[in-house]
Write a protein that binds this ligand. Sequence first.
Ligand code: FE2
Length: 374
Amino acid sequence: METFAEKIAKAKDFLPINGTDYIEFYVGNAKQAAHYYKTAFGFQSLAYAGPETGVRDRSSYVLQQGKIRLILTTALQSAHPISEHVKNHGDGVKVLALWVDDAYSAYAETTKRGAKSYMEPKTISDEFGEVRMSGIYTYGETVHMFIERKNYTGPFMPGFRKLTSDYNPVDAGLLYIDHCVGNVGWNRMNDAVKYYEEVMGFVNILSFDDKQINTEYSALMSKVMSNGNGFSKLPINEPAEGKKRSQIEEYLEYYEGEGVQHIAVATKDIVKTVKELKARGVEFLSAPPEAYYDMMLQRVGKIDEEISLLESLGILVDCDEEGYLLQIFTKPVEDRPTLFFEIIQRKGAQSFGAGNFKALFESLEREQELRGNL
Ligand code: FE2
C-alpha cells in the first residue's frame, strides 16, 4: 500500500505552501472573542488593527500560540460585508491563510486554473518591510489568502501594531494547525475535490464513504486533500443519507451554507493540554462508553499513555501502519452548532482517526439530540 508520503509526493508544485499563515474569524465582538481564546485556549495577544491604527471600518485582534495565529475581526458598522457575514453565518472562519513564497504567482497559477478571485495581488509595507498578498474563494464564502512575508520583520503585517497586554494567561501547549476541515453541501464533494486538485494542485490522500462513516442514525463522506509537502491538509465532508439528520446537515443548516467545520491543533502532550483546557472552561464532547477503553489495547496495541488517564479525560486513540494518534473534540465554540476544535497528538500516525469516527459521531449525536436537531 502507498504511504501518505508517497501519495503526497504526487501533488503538483505550482503552488508551494509553507504552512498555515493565520486563520481569521469574522465575529460579532472581536474584543470579547479574543479574550475567550486567550483565557480558554491560552493564546497571547500579538497585534491589533482598528481605528487607533488608522483602520476605520473594523477591529482585528491577532493572537498567537506556538505557530498558530488567529485573527478575530468585527466590523464597526452594520452596513459592511463583515457584518453581513456574521449575520448570515454567526461567528465563524472567513479566511484560511496559506503562507507562500510568492503571493503573485500563487494568484496567477490558481486563477488561471479556474479559481474565483477574492483579492487581486497587492503589496503593503511599513517600516518593517513588505507583505505581499492575494486571495481566492474556496467552499461557501470561505477564502484562502496567500501571504508572502519573506521581506517582513514586523510583529504581524502592515496595518497592524504590536499589542502588548497586561493579561497574559499561560499557554496550553498548542503548537501548530494540523488540518482544517470544511463541510460542503449535498453532491458537492466531487466539485470541491476537483477544485483542490486542479486549481491548487492538491492530492486526495484518504477517502471515507458513507459505509465506513456511519452510526445507527446518520452518515457522511470525507476526503482528505493535501498539498505537495503535507503542510496544508484540508479534509472535506459531505452529508450522506441516513435514518436521521447528520451532523453535517445540522452544520449546513445553522451556518447557512458551506464553511469550516473544525480546526485541528497539535500538541506534544495531549494529557497536559486537555487537563489545562478543561480547567479553563473548554467543553469537550462526552467520553465514549467504557467498552471503548476496554477494547483499546486490542485495537491499537501498546501505547505510552496510561489508558485509565485517557479514559478519565475522554481522549480517543487510533492507529495506522505508521503509528498511533491521540485526539479529542470540543463542543461547538459558537452558539450555533457550527465550528469546533480538535486537539491532536501524533505519535507516528499520519491518518485522521477513522477508527474513532463511530465513537465520535455517537457522541455528536447525543449533543444533536439535546438541541432537538437529530
Ligand atoms: Fe479532524
